[in-house]
Design a protein around this ligand. Structure first.
Ligand SMILES: Cc1cc2nc3c(=O)[nH]c(=O)nc-3n(C[C@H](O)[C@H](O)[C@H](O)COP(=O)(O)OP(=O)(O)OC[C@H]3O[C@@H](n4cnc5c(N)ncnc54)[C@H](O)[C@@H]3O)c2cc1C
Length: 865
């Protein structure tokens, strides 16, 4: 029977908003909606408020974000009147807090407890959702909000015989309300995720024997629990508002300084100091942020991982048990790390034993206990700490049918697709709080919950004010957000782990990275930008009419966006306002800050004869035994900047990926030597390299030319000159974001003319230095205007946010039209410079891999003995 503390037994027939869940999210929603004058009710299958903290009553259950931050911030008075007793509060204290909040704002009167929403159907004719409860009640609502939690559907153990056991069985996520006493008992705990790690030391204190069955060893850090952190309390007392604002615009939802110290380049001493400092704080975000690159670079990550393993080995007496407890199968942080109080030390107790299921899998659960291949155990109680069907589970467990008759479960059969993690197309007026593809479980959830509730409440208020009553994301906006989520995840190490972030803990669940990993700050900005651009990507409808500002809110690759933000924050002068000498110095200084690129077999410097004197070159040889194909490479820099050394990281990368000798040749620069000096030098260099291929360690007859930007221009021109001169033979050409024409009126010059490093003005500055107006249409300056038939097969790479995009695209199209085999790679979300930023812009790596593979496929495959 549904029950509401307001004494009413009947569920209201119709409300403005129906909310599922009465945890942190549902309670704040009720508060906000009521304030805005919406009629709203909430439903929870729990017997009272609390959500997570109602259900997870296992011994040792605590939060792992400090209580200074794991609390509501919407009402300063609420903050004033509640005092936490510990840094990491116990479940009873957090539940008491939520009870206090419910009382303080009189929220319970609108909650139907012991009531599960089983189904929901969109009624287009009435523009309403029809919800059904497990008591066969129905409620109609204009808006339907799933505040149903990310971790609210416990995963029942997928172990053979799980139902046969006759002793006491406990699930950490559905712990009984009455006392549970393990004194004198033989107890098993199955699972060593966050809940297992929290309850194992507590159960060990009571039980006569404790056997822990571990499938995956997890990283855990001591909580150093105690009084709430004094430094954070002081900052809050000093200026509460700015502390909370910092949290809202932080990466993880807690004020923290982001480090720029790279784990790869730091000294051993710095690494150790930074790690030990983080270890002492007992805060997850500290240990997740020891180095700037630990989430993206496996080497940096391994430094942190190994230092944690050292701590485990130091704390666990038995070396075999210590080894089994050391996580080896995933980078640190890619599975949710845990905070513990004496977890590893528990295994030193004589009555506690670890069974490593990787070595000895469970064969079956029996009536009396657990059976392995070579050993049987009998237990009085089994505790399953087997986690949750995270994020999507609670959503698809309700039979939600959208506007097209499709269920949410079917729509998400291959993984969730959402817009901002807030809504999903085909399901109008259905909102999710901390839904998949929002920061949610990667953040301090309180900050994320408040942000989502505020956004939804603002949105509903706005719709009402504008006489609209239907909102739904467009397929375009949704696809763009899904892509952005993938882009963010793919530059990190996170998808490498079989984690619940990836859905890997639930058999049959699609493997996609569920939360948004771009950061709370970036996410908040995206939501704000959407709202400010007339709810971009949402189709709005109602008595006021229909409208839609369709589009994709984040199109730039996430790491490219970080680079652009960084550049903007430095407030540097524009290069086109400098002298050529100053621009060169600036460009060299910038290049010196870049990672060096991968290790190659050998690097040698020498000179070759040019038409007006020697030309320097740098040769990169692969580590494999030669001879190798050769790539003659021309650097970028608008014919004004750079040298044979300028694109070193890119040349190394090209060498390693293609297995070719890369000869990066310098050429004369403008304005000292204007057009066609660079062309003359480039062609002469290619002739010389072809003639001296064997001496350079190359395979005669296997010569490609390549170049980036202005270097791409020279590579393209060289191919035309070689064809016209009857040699040398060039097997292929690689043109990376090349200059192919002097015409700067193409749309990409307008769309991408500012804000993407290479500006339209800078390109004008380069052309002015390089060539007279009258020369710019000549094919040796503008290869797009030349005859293209008979040129070598080409790989042309263009970048979406590059002023040169359209002329690069035009060159690829024109080559193809002239019968030249072309592989045209369009680098989505990239700018003119990002593909050469090896190891700095990680999202460029797959493009370079595709480029090198395409080049090798043409005729560059190394000759194998
Ligand atoms: C043991 C544990 C510790 C945690 N510690 C932290 C921490 O330290 N920091 C942090 O940021 N996060 C932590 N989390 C995550 C935690 O879930 C969130 O912080 C927060 O409590 C979520 O609140 P919520 O209201 O969104 O969801 P929940 O608290 O999960 O509440 C959702 C409610 O919806 C109800 N519900 C779901 N589906 C239905 C349905 N169909 N019909 C009716 N009712 C339904 C559920 O019964 C539940 O009561 C922890 C999670 C667990 C499990």
């Amino acid at each position: 029977m549904a029950r509401s503390p307001n004494g009413s037994a009947a569920v209201p027939a119709e409300v403005d908003v129906a909310v599922v869940g009465a945890g942190f999210s549902g309670l704040y929603l009720l508060y906000k909606l009521r304030k805005l004058g919406f009629s709203a009710v909430a439903f929870d299958e729990a017997g009272d408020v609390g959500g997570t903290w109602y259900w997870n009553r296992y011994p040792g259950a605590r939060c792992d974000i400090p209580t200074t931050d794991y609390a509501y911030s919407f009402d300063p008075q609420l903050e004033q009147e509640w005092t936490w007793t510990e840094k990491y509060a116990t479940q009873p204290e957090i539940l008491a807090y939520l009870g206090h909040v419910a009382d303080r704002y009189d929220l319970r009167r609108d909650v139907w407890f012991d009531t599960r929403i089983t189904a929901a159907e969109w009624d287009e004719s009435r523009r309403q959702w029809l919800l059904r409860t497990n008591h066969d009640d129905e409620v109609r609502c204009r808006y339907y909000v799933m505040a149903s939690g990310c971790l609210s559907l416990p995963k029942t153990p997928d172990i053979e015989g799980a139902g046969r056991y006759c002793g006491e069985v406990y699930l950490t996520g559905m712990w009984p309300h009455g006392p549970v006493d393990f004194s004198g008992k033989k107890v098993a705990v199955v699972g060593t995720g966050s809940s297992g790690i929290q309850c194992i030391p507590e159960i060990a204190r009571q039980a006569a024997q404790l056997t822990v069955f571990q499938r995956t060893a997890n990283f855990s850090v001591p909580a150093h629990n105690g009084a709430p952190p004094a430094e954070r309390l002081a900052r809050l007392a000093d200026d509460r508002d700015s502390y909370r604002e910092d949290a809202r615009w932080s990466r993880g939802g807690m004020p923290a300084e982001l480090t720029e110290v790279s784990g790869v380049t730091a000294s051993d001493q710095v690494r150790r100091e930074r790690f030990e400092n983080a270890w002492r704080t007992g805060e997850l975000f500290a240990i997740l942020g020891v180095f700037s690159d630990q989430g993206i670079n496996p080497i940096a990550n391994e430094f942190v991982a190994e230092m944690i393993r050292e701590k485990i080995r130091a704390n666990v007496n038995d070396p075999d048990t210590a080894d089994a407890l050391c996580p080896m199968d995933h980078p640190f942080g890619t599975k949710r790390p845990c905070l513990d109080s004496g977890y590893f030390e528990t295994f030193n107790l004589p009555h506690v034993r670890l069974v490593d299921l990787r070595q000895k899998p469970i064969v079956t659960i029996t009536e009396a206990g657990i059976e392995l291949a070579d050993e049987s155990f009998e237990f009085d109680a089994i505790v399953f700490a087997t986690g949750f069907d995270a994020m999507t589970g609670p959503l698809v467990s309700v039979n939600i049918t959208g506007a097209n008759g499709v269920t949410l479960k079917d729509k998400w059969a291959h993984g969730p697709t959402t817009y901002l993690g807030l809504m999903t197309s085909g399901f109008p007026n259905l909102f999710m709080i901390t839904g998949p593809q929002s920061p949610s479980v990667l953040s301090n959830m309180l900050v994320s919950i408040e942000q989502h509730v505020d956004w939804v409440a603002d949105c509903l208020g706005r719709l009402r004010a504008e006489s609209l009553d239907r909102i739904e994301p467009t397929p375009l906006a949704e696809a763009g957000w899904v892509q952005h989520n993938q882009d963010c995840a793919e530059i990190t190490l996170y998808p490498r782990a079989n984690s619940w972030y990836m859905g890997a803990n639930v058999p049959g669940k699609p493997r996609v990275f569920l939360p948004y990993i771009g950061g709370v700050d970036a996410y908040r900005q995206a939501c704000q930008d959407v709202a400010e651009q007339d709810l971009m990507g949402f189709r709005l409808d109602g008595p006021a009419g229909a409208r839609c500002n369709d589009g994709v809110i984040r199109r730039i690759q996430p790491d490219v966006a970080i680079v652009l933000d960084l550049i903007a924050s430095l407030g540097l002068p524009l290069m086109e306002t400098m002298t050529a000498a100053d621009a060169r110095a600036y460009s060299d200084a910038t290049a010196a800050t870049m990672p060096p690129g991968p290790v190659v077999g050998e690097i040698t410097d020498a000179v070759l004869p040019g038409p007006a004197g020697d030309l320097g070159y740098r040769l990169y040889r692969p580590p494999s035994a030669g001879p190798h194909p050769i790539i003659a490479y021309f650097h970028g820099g608008g014919w004004v900047l750079g040298s044979q050394f300028a694109d070193e990281p890119f040349c190394r990368d090209l060498c390693v990926r293609t297995g070719a000798v890369v000869v990066s040749v310098d050429y004369r620069h403008a304005p000292e030597d204007r057009y066609p000096s660079a062309v003359d030098d480039a062609f002469a260099a290619v002739q010389w390299i072809a003639a001296n291929a064997a001496a350079l360690g190359g395979i005669p007859g296997q010569l490609a030319v390549a170049g980036w930007s202005a270097g791409g221009n020279l590579a393209a021109v060289t191919c035309q000159l070689a064809r016209d001169a009857g040699g040398p033979e060039i097997t292929s050409q690689l043109l990376l974001t090349p200059v192919t024409d002097g015409d700067r009126a193409r749309p990409s010059y307008i769309e991408n003319g500012e804000g993407f490093v290479l500006t339209a003005d800078l390109m004008g500055w380069f052309w002015d230095h390089y060539a007279d107006e009258a020369d710019r249409a000549h094919p040796t300056a503008a290869p797009l205007r030349g005859t293209l038939a008979g040129l070598p097969p080409a790989v042309v790479v263009t970048a979406e946010f590059d002023p040169l995009r359209d002329e690069g695209d035009a060159y690829a199209d024109a080559l193809a039209a002239a019968g030249v085999p072309v592989r045209h790679i369009r680098a989505r979300g990239h700018i003119h410079t990002s593909l050469t930023m090896v190891d700095a812009v990680i999202s460029g790596a797959p493009v370079r891999a595709e480029m090198a593979e395409a080049l090798s496929a043409i005729r560059l495959a190394p000759v194998r003995a």
